[in-house]
Design a protein around this ligand. Structure first.
Ligand SMILES: NC(=O)c1ccc[n+]([C@@H]2O[C@H](COP(=O)([O-])OP(=O)(O)OC[C@H]3O[C@@H](n4cnc5c(N)ncnc54)[C@H](O)[C@@H]3O)[C@@H](O)[C@H]2O)c1
Length: 273
C-alpha cells in the first residue's frame, strides 16, 4: 500500500487550483514544503493565487487533452518529476436532466469526466516512472455516492464516473504493487466559487438549461457544516498518510450512503424472493 506521510520536496500538480478546494489543497501542500503547480482555465485568478500561495501557475484547459499534456510536459521540464496529482477542476451547474441540451451535457462531461481522464492519461506514466511513492487524487463529491440531489443529476453522473474510474485504478495499482496510490476525494459542503461555475463555460448561457444556485444561501442548507478549502487540504493530506482510496470530508453524512446501499440491498432481496 502506498502512503505519503511527508510531502516535503515532493512535486505536486493541482488542477482547478486557482480557486476553492484546489487552491486550499495547493496552499496546504506549499505550507508543508511541497513544490506546487496550480493549473486553471482562469488566467487572472490563476496568477493571483500562484503569487499568494507561492505556487507556479500554468494555464490549462482540462477539457483539452493537448493542454493537459502540455501541462505535464512543462512540469517535468521544470521539476524533473512529479509525485502528487490532483485532478480537481470541476463545475456544478444545475438543471433537471429532462431539460438539458446536448451542449449542456457535453460541457459538464468534458470538464468533470474528460478532464479527469486527461489528467490520468497524461500523468500516470510520469508518476510511475520514478518509482518513488506517488499518489493520484481525483475529486468526486458526495454526489459520487448519492445521485438524488435536485438539479444535480448530470453532475452526479460525472461524479459517479470519477468514483468508478478511481476505484478501478486504485485496484489495478494495488494488484501490480505499484509505487502509485489512487484516491477519490468526496467533499461535502465547502466554501468555494462552485456556485459561479457558469463563468467558465466557453459558449456562454445562450440556449442552455443550466442555472446556478448558491446552496449556501438556502437557509436549510446553510445549517450544514461548511468547510474552508484549506481544511479540505488537511483532510486530503491525512488521507494520503493513511493510504486511503476514499477520502471524505463529512463523515457525519454516511447515513445518506447507507440509505442508498439499503435500497440496493432491498432490490437484491426482492430479486432473490
Ligand atoms: N465546493 C463544494 O462544496 C464541493 C463539494 C463536492 C465536490 N466539489 C468538487 O470540488 C472540485 C473543485 O470545486 P470548488 O468547489 O473548489 O469550485 P471552484 O469554482 O471554486 O473551483 C473550481 C476551479 O476549476 C476551474 N476550472 C473550471 N473549468 C476548468 C477547465 N476546463 N480547465 C481548468 N480549470 C477549470 C475553475 O476556474 C476554478 O478555479 C470540483 O470538482 C467540484 O465538483 C466541490
Amino acid at each position: 500500500m502506498t502512503v505519503i506521510e511527508d510531502v516535503t520536496g515532493l512535486v505536486a500538480v493541482v488542477t482547478g487550483g486557482a480557486s476553492g478546494i484546489g487552491r486550499g489543497i495547493a496552499q496546504r501542500l506549499v505550507e508543508r514544503g511541497a513544490q506546487v503547480v496550480i493549473a486553471d482555465i482562469e488566467e487572472g485568478p490563476l496568477e493571483a493565487a500562484a503569487e499568494e500561495i507561492g505556487a507556479v501557475g500554468i494555464r490549462t484547459d482540462v477539457t483539452d487533452a493537448a493542454s493537459v499534456q502540455a501541462l505535464a510536459d512543462q512540469v517535468v521540464e521544470r521539476f524533473g518529476k512529479v509525485h502528487l496529482v490532483f485532478n480537481n477542476a470541476g463545475v456544478a451547474p444545475e438543471s433537471r436532466i429532462a431539460d438539458m441540451t446536448l451542449a449542456d451535457w457535453r460541457w459538464i462531461l468534458d470538464v468533470n469526466l474528460d478532464g479527469v481522464v486527461h489528467g490520468v492519461h497524461a500523468f500516470l506514466p510520469l508518476l510511475k516512472r520514478h518509482g518513488e511513492p506517488a499518489y493520484l487524487v481525483n475529486t468526486s463529491s458526495m454526489g459520487g455516492f448519492v445521485a438524488d440531489m435536485p438539479g444535480l443529476g448530470a453532475y452526479a453522473t460525472t461524479k459517479f464516473a470519477v468514483m468508478g474510474l478511481t476505484e478501478a485504478l486504485a485496484h489495478e495499482l494495488r494488484r501490480e504493487g505499484s509505487n502509485v496510490g489512487a484516491a477519490v476525494l468526496a467533499p461535502g459542503t465547502v466554501r468555494s466559487n462552485i456556485a459561479r461555475s457558469l463563468r467558465t463555460r466557453p459558449s456562454g448561457p445562450e440556449g442552455s438549461a443550466l442555472v446556478q444556485n448558491d446552496i449556501s444561501e438556502d437557509p436549510e442548507l446553510a445549517q450544514l457544516r461548511w468547510l474552508d478549502p484549506v481544511d479540505v487540504g488537511d483532510v486530503v493530506l491525512a488521507g494520503l498518510a493513511r493510504g486511503e482510496t476514499h477520502i471524505v470530508t463529512h463523515p457525519e453524512w454516511y447515513p445518506m450512503v447507507g440509505e442508498r446501499a439499503a435500497r440496493i440491498e432491498a432490490a437484491f432481496g426482492r430479486a432473490a424472493d
